[in-house]
Write a protein that binds this ligand. Structure first.
Ligand code: SAM
Ligand code: SF4
Length: 352
C-alpha cells in the first residue's frame, strides 16, 4: 500500500511542496474517501444578493486575482490525472463570467473528465443556455427559492423571477434534461414559498431539492434556530400536497436523499448538511475563483495554487498541493460542535 502524506497546514507564500512527499493513488484521504468531483468557482461576482449568501453591499475581487480560463484548465487537467472525473462550475454567479461557454469547451476536452456541469441562479440562462449546451455542458442546477416575485425579491434582494423562468424554459429548449432546482430552506424566511415552489416543480417536471441553511452567510448571523430541516420541509409538503416515499439511493456520493410523490408527481430531494451531515460520503474538492484549493465548504485552510500557476511551477507541484489538501481533510465539518469555527469566506466567495 502506498504511503499517504501527513496532514499539512496551508502552504506559505512561495513555498514549493516537498518533492519527497509520497503521492497516493487517487485523491483518497485519511478516512478512505476518494475524491472525484471538483467544484470550480469562476467568479465571486453575482447579479443577486441572496440574504443567506452575500452581504447587501460588497467589493468584489480584482479581475487579475481570478484564474484565467487557461489557468483553470491547467488545474483541472492536473486534477483529472489524479482522479477527478466531474467538474461543476459555480460562483458567485458563473454565467456572469464572460464567454463561460469557452471554458466549458476547454474543460470537456480534458482527458479523464467525464462531465462538466454548472450551478446558476438562472438570470442569464435565456441568453446562454444554447451556447452552453453546444459547448458540451452536461447538466444544470438552477437555484430558485420562490415562485412569487415579492418573495423572490425579499430573499434575493433583487428582482428577476421572470428572467429565471425564461432561463429555465430556454434551458429546456436547448436540450438540458433533468434540470434540478435547488432551494435553501430557512425558518421564518422561506416556509411560505415551499408549497408553491413544489407545486411549480411538480407541474413543470423539474427535480426539486431543498438545502438546509448553512453557516456560510456573509453577515455571520447564522443561527441553528433558522435552519428549517429537511424533515420539517418534508412534513410540510406531505401535509399540504400529499404522500412522499423514499427512493433507494444508487449513488453513494450523492448528498441528496431523494423522495418521490406517490401520485407520480416526480421527485423531491433533501440535502441536510446540518441535521444529517453526509461528510462520511463526501467526494468533493473545491477551487475558488482566486485559485485556492479547499477540501471542504467549511475548511479554514486553503492551498494557494494560483501562486504555483503564476510562478512557473510544474504540474507535479500542483498535483502535490492537491494531495496535501486532500490529506488534511477532516472527518466532518463539525457544525454545532463546541470547536466549530466558521470559515472566513462566505458562500459566494467559496462556490457552493
Ligand atoms: N449563483 C449560483 C447559484 O445561486 O446557483 C451559484 C453559486 S451559489 C453560492 C450555489 C448554491 O449555494 C446555491 O444553490 C445557493 O442557494 C447555495 N447557498 C448559498 N448560501 C447558502 C447557505 N448559507 N446555506 C445553504 N446553501 C447556500
Ligand atoms: Fe448569488 Fe448564488 Fe449567492 Fe444567490 S446564492 S447571492 S445567486 S452566489
Amino acid at each position: 500500500m502506498m504511503e499517504r502524506p501527513p496532514p499539512a497546514a496551508g502552504r506559505q507564500a512561495g513555498q514549493e511542496p516537498p518533492a519527497a512527499l509520497a503521492v497516493p493513488a487517487g485523491l483518497t484521504d485519511h478516512f478512505g474517501r476518494r475524491h472525484t468531483d471538483l467544484r470550480v468557482s469562476v467568479t465571486d461576482r453575482c447579479n443577486l444578493r441572496c440574504t443567506y449568501c452575500m452581504p447587501a453591499e460588497t467589493v468584489f475581487r480584482d479581475r487579475e486575482e481570478l484564474l484565467s480560463f487557461e489557468e483553470i484548465t491547467r488545474v483541472v487537467t492536473v486534477a483529472a490525472a489524479e482522479g477527478i472525473r466531474t467538474v461543476r462550475l459555480t460562483g458567485g454567479e458563473p454565467l456572469m463570467r464572460r464567454h463561460l461557454d469557452r471554458l466549458v469547451r476547454l474543460l470537456v476536452a480534458v482527458p479523464g473528465i467525464e462531465e462538466v456541469a454548472a450551478t446558476t441562479n438562472g438570470l442569464l440562462l435565456a441568453e446562454q443556455a444554447e451556447l452552453l449546451a453546444e459547448a458540451g455542458l452536461a447538466r444544470l442546477n438552477v437555484s430558485l427559492d420562490a415562485v412569487r416575485e415579492e418573495a423572490f425579491e425579499r430573499l434575493a434582494r433583487r428582482p428577476g423571477l421572470d428572467r429565471v423562468l425564461a432561463g429555465l424554459a430556454a434551458a429546456r429548449e436547448a436540450g438540458f434534461k433533468q434540470i434540478r432546482i435547488n432551494a435553501v430552506s430557512m425558518r421564518g424566511l422561506s416556509e411560505r414559498e415551499i408549497v408553491p415552489l413544489a407545486e411549480f416543480c411538480r407541474r413543470e417536471r423539474f427535480q426539486l431539492r431543498f438545502i438546509e441553511f448553512m453557516p456560510l452567510d456573509a453577515e455571520g448571523s447564522w443561527d441553528k434556530e433558522q435552519v428549517l430541516s429537511g424533515a420539517a420541509v418534508r412534513a410540510l409538503l406531505q401535509r399540504e400536497i400529499g404522500p412522499l416515499e423514499p427512493v433507494p439511493s444508487v449513488d453513494p456520493g450523492q448528498p441528496a436523499v431523494d423522495w418521490r410523490w406517490r401520485d407520480g408527481g416526480g421527485r423531491v430531494g433533501f440535502i441536510d448538511p446540518v441535521s444529517n451531515p453526509f461528510c462520511d460520503r463526501c467526494d468533493r474538492l473545491r477551487l475558488t475563483a482566486d485559485g485556492q484549493f479547499r477540501n471542504c465548504l467549511f475548511s479554514t485552510t486553503e492551498w494557494d495554487v494560483r501562486r504555483f500557476l503564476r510562478e512557473g511551477h510544474s504540474d507535479a507541484a500542483i498535483a502535490r498541493t492537491l494531495h496535501e489538501c486532500v490529506a488534511a481533510k477532516r472527518a466532518a465539518h463539525g457544525i454545532g460542535s463546541a470547536g466549530f469555527e466558521r470559515p472566513a469566506r462566505a458562500m459566494y466567495e467559496i462556490g457552493g
